[in-house]
Ligand binder design. Structure first.
Ligand code: MG
Ligand code: NI
Length: 475
């Protein structure tokens, strides 16, 4: 008895290093498919014995793609250990930095990684199906995409103190207030960010119109959804965690501090990644999706007007239920980008943003603390246990890509069933599998808590475990 297995390795234009295996049965039909991450560095262990006050800076090194998210979740966890409520201007500065990260990360993903598949066509030359091809095909659009990404980057640098790995969020608040000059410069840019994002949304809708026949059969899976909400609004820095089911019913809305009561982590021996699930339903029934689709499905509204207008359109796609089509992750991501640009504008228009009251004095103390934010890719949890000396005894991290890991697996499986036939992988089919993964924008360096990035890898295996085809692509 032997199963045939296909491995796709590396999956191009996904952050980090991973691989996909597609197992075939004796009739060469897809039996099951898995998304693997082949790197494990154990950042949680590495942090033990370090000073808690160093954590907001140390944990930015987990990832070169979403360092701001770790920086902020970490600072929030430290505040929680110390029992501190930080001053309102500090909260606003952290949120502004976070909006910069969302603009930067989401625009990078849509224009540089996801859109080229559609704009150039899924079966076009893979060497051109990226930003290089986009520059050839539409240089004006490529230029705008670069500007948008830079606006996000500049916000991170102004507020976070550094362009990549920020340093200003500290236990008790922020280490420096915002200068009037930086406020003025960022304020000039955010209108442009709103405008370019609206153009992105238009492009995204055109794409959906062109590919309307595949949306309803591409990686459509049934799951729960999870995201932070505040009074029902989409929320990315604070708020409560809401879990809804596939019909839209609210299953749970809880203080993120109590996440262990609601979120379990299933373990499979073939993967380094865990498989989070909603505890009351068990595994695999309790699988949930996070990130843009998860958040927009979980929320009732968006607090900023332009994004909310678009959100109303988005909600119609579900006919009163959550939007389940995986390809709509891209639309959701752009609606969030629009919200981030509008929210940055609101924060910059608020005079409190340049207040000098950004920090409270904190006394060292033993205890436990949880910091949760919505990173671009989804819910991010930092949980620390600290001793009397302020030293870290234990760390638990749950990152967005790990939350989405079960859903990525299911999505790859759906697409492989549809597009891999007769024990062979063709370029177009291969790319469809990659496109399914890219909807989730997985961050492999985060998921493995690893340092740095590597290209990712896909294999086709037979029922005896023998590799019968390998697809290898360098990024
Ligand atoms: Mg963990
Ligand atoms: Ni990351």
């Amino acid at each position: 008895m032997s199963n045939n297995i296909i491995t796709i390795e590396p999956v191009s234009r996904v952050e980090g290093h991973g691989k996909v295996t597609i197992h075939l049965n004796e009739r060469n039909e897809v039996e099951k498919s898995h998304f693997h991450v082949v790197e494990f560095r154990g950042f949680e262990k590495f942090c033990e014995g370090r000073l808690m006050s160093e954590m907001p800076v140390i944990t930015t090194r987990i990832c070169g793609i979403c360092p701001v998210s770790h920086h902020l979740a970490s600072a929030k966890a430290c505040d929680d250990v110390l029992g501190i409520d930080i001053p309102s201007p500090a909260k606003k500065l952290r949120e502004l930095m976070h909006m910069g990260q969302i603009i930067h990360s989401h625009s990078l993903h849509f224009f540089f990684l996801a859109a080229p598949d559609f704009l150039l066509g899924p079966s076009s030359d893979p060497a051109k199906r990226n930003i290089v091809g986009l520059i050839d095909a539409d240089p004006e659009l490529a230029k705008k995409a670069i500007v948008l990404r830079k606006i996000g980057q500049d916000i991170i640098e102004c507020v976070g103190g550094r362009p990549i790995h920020p340093v200003t969020a500290i236990p008790g608040g922020m280490s420096k207030p915002l200068s009037h000059e930086d406020r003025f410069n960022m304020r000039k840019d955010v209108d442009k960010a709103v405008e370019i994002t609206q153009l992105g949304i238009k492009i995204c809708k055109d794409i959906y119109e062109k590919y309307s026949d595949i949306i309803s059969r591409f990686a459509v899976i049934k799951t729960n959804y999870m995201g932070l909400v505040k009074d029902g609004n989409l929320e990315q820095y604070d708020g409560k965690l809401r879990i809804i089911d596939e019909t839209g019913k609210i299953l749970e809305e809880f203080d993120p501090r109590n996440y262990l009561e609601y979120i379990g982590e299933h373990v499979e021996d073939w993967s380094y990644l865990k498989f989070p699930f909603y505890k009351k339903q068990g595994y695999p029934e309790g699988i949930f999706r996070v990130g843009p689709l998860g958040r927009l499905n979980a929320a009732d509204s968006i607090s900023t007007p332009l994004a909310n207008k678009e959100f109303v359109e988005f909600k119609k796609l579900g006919n009163g239920k959550p939007v389940k089509e995986t390809l709509y992750y891209h639309y959701a991501r752009l609606i969030e980008t629009l919200n981030a640009a509008e929210r940055a504008r609101e924060l910059l228009d608020d005079d409190e943003i340049v207040s000098k009251d950004v920090r409270v004095k904190a006394e060292r103390k033993a205890g436990e603390g949880v910091g949760v934010i919505e990173a671009p890719r989804g819910t991010l949890i930092h949980h620390y246990w600290v001793d009397d000396y302020g030293k870290i005894e234990k760390v638990n991290l749950i990152v967005a890509t790990v939350c989405n890991n079960p859903a990525i697996d299911m999505s790859v499986n759906e697409v492989a069933k549809e597009f891999v036939n007769g024990g062979k992988i063709e370029e177009g089919a291969l790319n469809m599998v990659e496109m399914a993964i890219r909807c989730y924008d997985p961050c492999i360096s985060c998921a493995t808590h690893a340092i740095g990035q590597m290209p990712l890898k896909i294999n086709l295996l037979a029922s005896d475990g023998k590799v019968i085809d390998v697809m290898e692509r360098r990024v």
